[in-house]
Structure formats: structure tokens, C-alpha cells
Design a protein around this ligand. Structure first.
Ligand code: C5P
Ligand code: C5P
Ligand code: C5P
Ligand code: ZN
Length: 493
């Protein structure tokens, strides 16, 4: 990657050189959209460099998972989208000679370090907003192409299926993988300020250059590719427009009042199928409606943002929009079907895609039911935090997404971080915490809160400043919240 972060690329080159020395590699990655895209990027990069790879996914890289990896025959293990936070345990196995770890991650590192550790946080780049796990894996993939080229390891970049010179070149140096890197970053909410920034922006530029991405200002609503227009407007919750948001009849009326043919064959069209003029007309009317219903100007600005379009995917499919693609992936891996998500990332547009779409319907229903549950039952407010205990009513793998999406709803404050509990099993409770970038600017660091508060009650956790998670022993929830409340108070005080 060209750019002002030579240290990151130097580290990537060293990691790539070490990978090229391996006979085969075990690749372990995390089970969310960023983890899946990380795994898919690294898998393809290794395969293209003719390094045999086996790819596995873990919900959490805990001591048991690391021990199981150490017990395999593999001498070289690549960790993507996790590993930094677990370095204490990984380093023990490394010292015992079990394997050499190569880590491409963006989470807060533990105290131990290792030679082949690629993490933006080591080089002054924010791992929560400037580079994701998929981004780190992309930097590694770019280095792998270079190193494999120099060492004469075969790359299949020029031979399999690429039709144009641009596409051939992009495959040869792995720049085509920028599309997946952007899906990962968007999936980790790194574009939540309206657009991707920092190192992410450079990946976007490479993707555009390689012909796999298009970007532009567009309506910043979720579902531009696949949702029928009334649903697009009704479900848009990030900017609440009275009379339209969460209002089926209102959204329909708003569209019917426009002087446009927004139905085709009796079916509502989708945003992605509108002409630019039609988009302009709808967007302007929407802004007028927002202004007239008293939505503050700052919020109205949030109606427009940068869209990331995967230009090689068909119009009107989840795969064309980075945000919808990432939700499709969460719908697989967070339900123990990482194989399906990986298949989609690796290009299976038949069986895997169909299965993913079925899983997506289920995921959407769960998100919607979870958000309703939190909103209806309400959260408990402490001085500095708010919390909700879902028990076994929300799956622990999606409770964080749900908590984040519920923020801003009736009774769920935007000005306090939210902590949501969900049962893992009889002995353990999962806690997910979500903040806002505004709170982070005021000093919030949920990663350290989760790590300290969970350890104080015999659990463990970590993550990012704006979003983090932990596991605590069942029964310790109130004790945990007391610690968290105090820690957040200190940070924001
Ligand atoms: O493990 P990983 O880093 O991939 O997970 C990040 C999680 O944090 C995602 O679930 C993402 O949706 C969440 N997040 C968030 N708000 C942010 C940044 C991240 O909810 N501003
Ligand atoms: O599920 P995922 O973590 O990818 O969701 C990321 C963001 O996408 C959510 O915070 C939400 O704003 C949006 N989303 C949505 N409707 C869905 C799924 C996701 O609005 N059904
Ligand atoms: O699971 P959840 O979506 O809440 O995770 C938010 C962030 O916290 C993710 O980046 C995840 O990797 C991290 N996390 C962690 N340790 C845990 C649970 C979550 O570092 N025990
Ligand atoms: Zn991640």
C-alpha cells in the first residue's frame, strides 16, 4: 500500500516473509463480518501464494481455543481479527514451541508481544476507526503478493478467470481484495461518522483503482440495494424523521405524494434501481420533510453519507452494498455457519449465497425482536451507564449489535454507554458494551472498562474504545455493573 505508514507495511512484509517460509498454515479468525472478511482475504492471499491453508473460525479466542490450536500439527498459525488481546496466552504456547503466531488484528493488545504482530495500534493508527481486522489482513495480503512475487512462489493472479488487464493486475497484487476489506471495516461500524477515514480511506482508493469499488455521496440509509422504498424509509432509524420513521402508512404516503413512478409491475422499486434524477427528487423531499418536522440540522446532515458499492456485484443484491454485505455475513457466522459466510466471500454465488439469504431472514427477525425487547422493557439507568439483562432471550452473539441499534430509542440514552447481558450457559454471562464516538472523544474507553470490570469479578474481556465485550461468571452481573459504572465515571469525569 502506498502511503505514510511505512512501519505498518514493513511489519506486514516481515509477517508475509514468515508465512512464505511455512509448508502450510492454520488460519483462525473471528465470527463476525470483519472476522469473516479478514479470514477470506488471508485465505485467498495464502492460496494465491501457493501456501496450503486451513481456515477455522472461533466465537472467542479463549485459552481453550488457543490450546486446541496448539494441539494441532500446524507449526505456523495465522490469527486474523483477534490474537492481539490474547497475546499473553499465545506467547506461552509460542515459547513452548507449539507454533509460530502471525497476527493481523486491530484490537487492544495484551502485555506480551511477538515478532510477527501486525496491528494498527502499534503504529499510532486507531484500530476502532481507521483500520479493521479485514484492513490489517488486506495490508498483509498486499505484502504477501509482493513477497511471493520476489521469492518466485507461484501466484495464480494472471491465470484464472480474470478477463481484463485491470482485473488481472488487481488480482496479481491482491488489490481486488480491497472490496472485502471495506466490507469488514463497514461491518465493524468504522464508517459510522459518514465515511471511512485514515488507513481505511487508502484501501478504498486502491479498490476504486482496481475496479472493484465505487464510492459517492448517497442517502445514508440501510438497505439501498434490497429494501423496497417504503421499507427503506420506514426502517431507517439512524435519523428519525417524524411521520416516516417507524411509520408504515406515513412512509407510503410520503412516496405516493411524490410525482414519480416508484412502482414497477405493481411492486415498489428499490433505491438502487432509481435514476439519479429520481434519487435527487426523493432525497430533496426527504430533507424538506425532515426540516418541516423539526429534525435538527446536524441530524439532517446525517441523511447523506459516503456509500461503498462493490461494483462487480449485481445491482439490487446484498453483495453490492458494503453495509448490507456485512449484515449478510453476520447472519452466518454469528449463527455457527461461518462456512456459509466464507463461501460467499470466496465467490460462491450459488449454494452459499442462497443459504446466507435464508440465515439473513432469521438474523433480521432476531435483531428486530431484540430491539423491541430492550425498548419495551427499558434499560436500568445508573449514574454513568445504562444496562439491560436479556437472559436467554437474545442470543449472546448478537446482543451487542442489538444494544447498539437500540441506543437512541425511547428511554435508551445516547449520552451513556449501554451494557447488555445475555446468558452464555449456566455458568457464564456475556456482556456487550456499546458507546458513541462522541463519548469516546470525552474519554470513554470501553475496552479497558470491560477488561478491568470483568477481571474484578473473575471474568475477562476487551475490544475497542467504542465497542467491547466480556464474559463474567453468572451471578456477578450487579457487581460487574458497579465496577463498570465507577470506571466509566472516572473516564468521563
Ligand atoms: O470484534 P470486532 O472488532 O470485529 O467487533 C466490533 C464490534 O463493534 C461490531 O459488532 C461493531 O458493530 C461494533 N461497533 C459498534 N459501534 C462502533 C464501532 C464498532 O457498535 N462505533
Ligand atoms: O448487523 P450489523 O452489525 O451489520 O449492523 C450494522 C448496522 O447496520 C446496524 O447498527 C444498523 O444501523 C444497520 N442495520 C439495519 N437493519 C438491519 C441490519 C443492520 O439498519 N436489518
Ligand atoms: O461481542 P461483541 O460484539 O460485544 O464484541 C465487541 C468487541 O469486543 C469485539 O471487538 C470483540 O472482539 C471484543 N470482545 C473481547 N473480549 C470478549 C468479548 C468481546 O475482546 N470477551
Ligand atoms: Zn474486527
Amino acid at each position: 500500500m502506498a502511503g505514510p505508514i511505512p512501519e505498518l507495511e514493513e511489519r506486514a512484509t516481515r509477517c508475509a516473509q514468515r508465512l512464505c517460509e511455512a509448508d502450510r498454515v492454520l488460519l483462525a479468525s473471528h465470527i463476525d463480518a470483519d472476522g469473516l472478511t479478514s479470514g477470506a482475504i488471508a485465505t485467498q492471499a495464502l492460496e494465491r501464494a501457493s501456501i496450503p491453508v486451513e481456515t477455522i473460525f472461533e466465537k472467542q479466542l479463549d485459552d481453550d481455543a488457543i490450546a486446541a490450536i496448539a494441539a494441532t500439527e500446524y507449526d505456523t498459525v495465522c490469527f486474523t481479527d483477534f490474537g492481539s488481546g490474547q497475546l499473553d496466552s499465545i506467547a506461552e504456547h509460542e515459547d513452548a514451541g507449539a507454533f509460530t503466531p502471525i497476527i493481523a488484528d486491530h484490537h487492544q493488545p495484551a502485555d506480551s508481544d511477538t515478532e510477527y504482530h501486525l496491528n494498527p495500534l502499534l503504529f499510532g493508527i486507531d484500530g476502532a476507526s481507521e483500520l479493521s481486522g479485514a484492513g490489517a489482513s488486506y495490508v498483509l495480503a498486499r505484502a504477501l503478493a509482493d513477497v511471493a512475487d520476489e521469492t518466485g512462489l507461484a501466484t495464480d493472479g494472471g491465470t484464472s478467470g480474470a478477463t481484463t488487464d485491470t482485473a488481472t493486475d488487481a488480482r496479481a497484487d491482491n488489490r481486488d481484495l480491497a472490496a472485502l476489506a471495506v466490507v469488514g471495516a463497514v461491518g465493524d461500524m468504522q464508517a459510522s461518522g459518514g465515511k471511512l477515514q485514515g488507513a481505511n480511506e487508502k484501501i478504498v482508493a486502491e479498490g476504486v483503482d482496481a475496479g472493484v469499488l465505487e464510492t459517492g455521496k448517497d442517502l445514508a440509509l440501510y438497505g439501498k440495494q434490497t429494501r423496497p422504498l417504503p421499507k427503506l424509509l420506514e426502517y431507517a432509524s439512524d435519523v428519525h424523521i417524524p411521520g416516516i420513521s417507524n411509520n408504515e402508512a406515513g412512509a407510503l404516503q410520503f412516496l405516493e405524494d411524490l410525482d414519480l413512478e416508484l412502482k414497477a409491475d405493481g411492486e415498489w422499486r428499490r433505491w438502487s434501481g432509481l435514476t439519479n434524477d429520481e434519487k435527487q427528487t426523493v432525497a430533496s423531499a426527504l430533507v424538506r420533510k425532515a426540516v418541516s418536522t423539526g429534525v435538527p440540522a446536524g441530524k439532517i446532515d446525517g441523511l447523506v453519507g459516503t456509500a461503498y458499492v462493490l461494483s462487480e456485484e449485481p445491482v439490487g443484491t446484498e453483495l453490492r452494498d458494503a453495509s448490507e454485505f456485512s449484515t449478510l455475513l453476520n447472519a452466518t457466522a454469528r449463527y455457527e455457519r461461518a462456512d456459509v459466510g466464507l463461501g460467499v466471500c470466496l465467490g460462491d454465488r450459488e449454494g452459499a449465497l442462497e443459504q446466507a439469504r435464508t440465515l439473513l431472514r432469521n438474523h433480521r427477525r432476531n435483531l428486530s425482536e431484540g430491539i423491541t425487547l430492550i425498548t419495551n422493557e427499558g434499560v436500568t439507568h445508573e449514574e454513568h451507564v445504562q444496562w439491560f439483562d436479556a437472559g436467554d432471550r437474545i442470543r449472546e452473539t448478537i446482543v451487542g449489535i442489538v444494544a447498539g441499534m437500540a441506543m437512541g430509542n425511547d428511554g435508551v440514552s445516547h449520552s451513556k454507554p449501554i451494557f447488555a447481558f445475555a446468558a452464555k450457559n449456566d455458568e457464564e454471562t456475556k456482556v456487550s458494551a456499546r458507546g458513541t464516538h462522541n463519548l469516546v472523544r470525552q474519554g470513554l474507553d470501553l475496552s479497558s472498562v470491560m477488561s478491568e470490570a470483568s477481571q474484578a469479578v473473575g471474568g475477562d474481556g476487551g475490544g475497542h474504545n467504542v465497542a467491547a465485550g466480556a464474559t463474567v461468571p453468572a451471578g456477578e452481573e450487579s457487581e460487574f455493573i458497579e465496577h463498570a459504572n465507577e470506571l466509566v465515571g472516572e473516564q468521563l469525569g
